[in-house]
Design a protein around this ligand. Structure first.
Ligand SMILES: Nc1ncnc2c1ncn2[C@@H]1O[C@H](COP(=O)(O)OP(=O)(O)O)[C@@H](O)[C@H]1O
Ligand SMILES: [Mg+2]
Length: 349
């Protein structure tokens, strides 16, 4: 405590960044904050002046204020209490210590540390748990489903070519579409089953790889009347797992096409060398884009806004790019479109 200003140097009390210290007293039935300071205020967007002289109910939503008031009561009864709290998506652990003079609590001192990062990691671990269960299931059943699916699809195709009745032909087209969708879901699950394995690193012509993916997607893009343009600034050869990188590009183009369905604007794929060791693949669409809340959730397993989505496409992309020691960034503007940047090393080590 600095005697001249009566100010607590809260950094002495809190062993890490982004904490805060506070004090309160009880006046009648109300707990009134008499002091607060710390970096955490900037993070939560509530300034000390909005807290000092106020009760919890004056700066927090009612539910949160009630929850905290409960701990304030315990502290005011003379007990030290620790609790986990959150304000505006920031999490902290607070500790309340009553100051007792002549057997009476006269003030409560609170210290809090920011645990937002830890909370985020906890959520990630929970997500990974979900994934590993799915992965095990996928490994077991995906092959079993894919084999009969391939023969059903093959026979449906033969029948479709041979029948003359237009209505039956239409049914078969729908069947083939649905079978393709089933195939796609199973394939995505299979990739998830072995997400971290780089199976087959080879020297690959990246320009050629991108062209072959575009060719593969062409029937769909023609059908949807969406053009896929390329802008290659150079030729790049790199060491990578060709099948996995194709999977990444297919997933990204699929998303870009789904986003461009209503506008019909073209999609652009750029390839450029960044430096001696790195190159960039960029997939850009002029679809509806996404607000920030949505962007924050893109790599969560099963996060989808589509009726028939799996919510696994981008997660798979990230796992593959991570395994290649690259990075994937998504920049989107609501109403303007989305840009996905993939930065990859030319040599795999
Ligand atoms: N290019 C894009 N434009 C707009 N939204 C996108 C784009 N790419 C992905 N998204 C959003 O991210 C979500 C997750 O994508 P993804 O992981 O591929 O799963 P899915 O496509 O099965 O929904 C999508 O449901 C969509 O809301
Ligand atoms: Mg997708």
């Amino acid at each position: 405590m600095d005697a001249s200003t009566n100010k607590v140097n809260y950094r002495d009390l809190i062993p890490r960044k982004n904490g805060f210290v506070f004090k309160f007293i009880k006046v009648g039935e109300h707990f009134i904050h008499t002091y607060t300071e710390g970096d955490f205020h900037d993070r939560i967007g509530i300034s000390p002046s909005a807290i000092i002289g106020k009760t919890l109910f004056e700066f927090l939503p009612e539910e949160q204020a009630k929850q905290k008031q409960h701990f304030y009561e315990i502290a005011w009864s003379g007990k030290t209490v620790n609790y986990e709290g959150s304000v505006n998506d920031c999490f902290y652990i607070a500790s309340l210590s009553p100051l007792i003079v002549d057997s009476k609590v006269v003030e409560v001192n609170g210290t809090a540390i920011d645990i937002t990062e830890e909370k985020k990691n906890e959520r990630k671990i929970q997500d990974m748990d979900k994934l590993s269960v799915i992965g095990q299931l996928a490994a077991g059943i995906a092959h079993e489903i894919r084999n009969p699916l391939t023969s059903i699809k093959g026979f449906a195709q033969i029948i479709q070519e041979r029948v003359d009745q237009p209505d039956v032909k239409t049914y078969l087209i729908i069947m083939l579409d649905e079978l393709e969708r089933m195939n796609q879901i199973v394939t995505e699950f299979m990739v998830l089953a072995k997400p971290h394995e780089i199976i087959d690193i080879k020297k690959v012509d990246v320009n050629k790889l991108i062209r072959s993916v575009i060719q593969f997607m062409e029937p769909q893009s023609l059908l949807k009347k969406i053009r896929i343009l390329t802008s290659f600034e150079c030729s790049i050869t790199a060491f990578l797992d060709e099948i996995q990188l194709k999977q990444v590009l297919i997933n990204l183009l699929q998303n870009a096409m789904e986003a461009s369905e209503s506008t019909k604007n073209c999609i652009e794929i750029k390839l450029k060398s960044i430096d001696d060791q790195h190159y960039l693949i960029q997939v850009k669409d002029q679809g509806p884009g996404m607000p920030l809340e949505k962007q924050n959730r893109l790599f969560e397993p099963f996060y989808t806004t589509k009726e028939n989505g799996t919510g696994l496409g981008l997660l798979i992309c990230k796992q593959i790019i991570d395994a290649h020691k690259g990075s994937i960034d998504i920049i989107s503007r609501h109403g303007e479109g989305t840009v996905v940047n993939i930065l990859l090393p030319k040599v795999f080590s």
